[in-house]
Design a protein around this ligand. Sequence first.
Ligand code: NAP
Length: 265
Amino acid sequence: MSDTTSINPNGILAGKRILVAGVTMDSSIGFATAKVAQEQGAEVLISNFGRALGITRRIAKRLPVTPPVIELDVTDADHLAALPDAVREHVDGLDGVVHSIAYGNPATLLGGKFMGGPWEDVAQAVQVSAYSLMSLAQAARPLMSPGGSVVGLTFDATVAWPAYDWMGVAKAGLESCSRYLARDLGPEGIRVNLVSAGPLRTLAAKAIPGFSDLEDMWATRAPLGWDNADYAPTAKAVCALLSDFFPATSGEIIHVDGGFHAMGA
Ligand code: NAP
């Protein structure tokens, strides 16, 4: 077992073992979530895949406690099958799993490229960004006994946005997927919820052509205001859902968007 030492025995996640999947940079929402989770007492593991794994290992050292880094491509059946053993090298189970993963080809699917988006790219976007919530939950299921919390990240998929295009369709799939997971995993004591965040200047977001249109809307319409470089409100909401403070909540989407979603104009 490697060192996943807790730094706050009195935090809301004290004693919880949490896997945060989808950490590349320190600007990743997953990074901010891992940081808050550690500050709240959790033992944290993080994962990423492919060429960025080296970056993730370096970035991991910037967290309060350097967490184990697991290789997990959510489209790779071997990685998913190996997840329980990979996790058990460090902790003996999981109380929470964070899905902070999405991908859509910005050149073909985003930034006004909705019409004519090629199916191969759409299929990839849906697999990585929506279907993978089920894949990850299924892979982590044997580790989450007697129960746990799965939390994913969405961008409000109830409406059409400028620039978001096929990622919006993938997010609609993710939102529906979380409800079906809540149905099927609830009897095992596993809660499944999403946080719907406003626009944040992460690597993935900056790759979306026209992302600044969304940022401009938030700047004028979010009643609480919105800081697109402050990941802490989103990370805190994810951690709250991982904690015991939402014991009877599942299939829910919590908005962390400065109140934007509730405004008509
Ligand atoms: P990010 O830092 O780029 O995080 C996305 C992560 O997904 C990256 O670590 C990426 O790895 C990983 N990933 C992509 N394909 C994968 C695969 N096949 N297997 C495993 N991991 C894979 O961007 P982020 O903004 O923090 O995104 C995290 C989540 O928040 C996403 O679901 C995103 O849609 C959601 N969200 C973001 C915003 C926003 O404005 N930023 C708003 C609402 C919701 P690589 O970097 O190596 O590709």
